[in-house]
Write a new protein. Sequence first.
Length: 509
Amino acid sequence: MMILPLIMSSLISGLAQLDAKQSGRMGSLAILYYISTTILAVITGIVLVLMIHPGDPTIKEDLGEGMEGKTVSTLDTFLDLIRNMFPENVVQATFQQVQTKYVVVRPKIIKKNDTDTLAALANGTFDKLVPSVEYTPGMNVLGVIVFCIGFGIMVSQLGEEAQIIVDFFVAMDKVIMGLVMIVMWYSPFGIMCLIMGKILEISDLAETARMLAMYMVTVLSGLLIHSLISLPLLFFVLTKKNPFVFMRGLLQAWITALGTASSSATLPLTFRCLEDNLGVDRRVARFVLPIGATINMDGTALYEAVAAIFIAQMNGVDLSIGQVVTVSLTATLASIGAASVPSAGLVTMLLVLTAVGLPVKDVSLIVAVDWLLDRIRTSINVLGDAFGAGIVDHFTKDQLALQDEEHARLHAAHDHDSSNNFTNAFEGSTTKAGDIILALYAGLFAYNGWDILNFGAEELENPKRTLPIAALCGIGISALVFLSMNVAYFAVLTVEEFKQSDVVAVVSH
C-alpha cells in the first residue's frame, strides 16, 4: 500500500531539488556501481559453485522429478523489460505490467478427407505456441520509476515556477514516512508471522535441509563473502571510511529485509537509516535507493548463477566455458529485470536455465528452501543499495554543498532586495499635484505614443516612403522624451541616491 506513494514522493522530491547536471552525474555513478557489484556477485557465486560442486545426480533421485515450468524466452524477457520501462498509461502502470505469454493456437485451415491431418489435429501435434503480450496484475515499478525520474528532472529545470510542486511532493514524502513509521512499530510481529508461516508450509524441514544442504551452504557462503568482504572492501577503497560502522547503522533495515523478503517494503527503513544514522544527503538517498531497489539485485544474481549450475550438476551436464559465461551474463540481466517483491528471483531463474538449455521444471526442486534464501539474498540486495548510496554521497557531497551555498546566496540576495524595496517604500515621494499629473501624462504618452504613430502612418498616401520616415521620427522623438524624463528625474538625486537607484546595475566597491 505504501510502496507506490513512497517511490513517487521520494524520487520526485529528491530529483526536483537537484539540477540536471547533478542528477546526471548521480545517476551515472549509481548505474556504474550497480552493474559492477552485480557482475562481482555473479563471479563470486560461479567460482564457489564450481569449487564446492554441490550438485549430485543422486539428489534428483531423492527429490524426484520437477514440475513442468512455463515457456520463457530471453528475447521476450528483454522486450518485456523495455515495454515496462515506457508504459502506455502511467495510471495503468500502478497496478498492471506487461508480460509475454505463450498461447496455444490451432491451424484454421485443413484439407478435407485428409485422415493424417485430422488425426494430428486431434492429437494436438499441430498446435503451435504463439507469443502474446498481455497485462498481468502487479505494479510496474520500473515504469513508475522512469516516469518519476523524467517528471522530477523537468520540475528541477523549471526552478521557481515549479516550487509549489516541489513543496507538495516534499510534504507528501514526509506524510508517507510518518505513516510508515507507525506501521514499523508493528513490524516485528508481522515478520515473525511471515517466517513461521513459511516454515509450516514445509512438510519435512529436516529431510529437505539434508538433501539440499550443500546447495544452501554454497549460496549462503557466496552471499556472506559478497556482503562481508566484496562490498565493504569496495566501499573502503572508494570512500576511505569504515564499512562496518556504516553497516551497523543499517541494522534495522537489514532485519526488516530478512523478514519481509522485499527490497521495496524495506525502503522506508533504509531511508531512515541512511539519513538519520549515517548522515547521507536526503537528495542522494531519495534518488539512488528507489532505483537500486528495482535494478540492483546482487544477492539475486548470485543465487540465480549458483542455482543454474547446481541444476546442471544434478542432471550430469558439464557446462562449457561459453555456457558459464552465458549463465553469468543472463543472471546479471535477469536480476535487473527481477521485481523487488518476494521470490522474484525464482521466476527470473527460468530465463537463465533456458539460455543454456537446462530443464526448466527442475526449478521446483529447490523451491522448498527458497523461503530462507530469498530473505537472506534480499538483505544483501538492501545492503548493496545502501553502500551504493553512501558511495554516491561521498563523490557528490562537495558539489551538493556548493549548490546549497549558491542557492542560499541567491535567496539571501533576493530577500535583501525585497526588504529594501518594501522598507519605507514611499521615501522620497512627492505629494505635489503638478508632479503627479506630469508623471501620469508621461505614462500615458509612453503607452499610447506608438499606437498613435502607427495609426497616423497607416493613413499616409505613400506608406513605402513615409513609413520609414515616420518610424525614424518616432524613435527619435521617443528617445528624446525618454532621455529628458530621466534627466529630470536624476537631476534632483545626490550621488549616493543615484548609486542606490534601480537604474544602476553594477556598483564598484
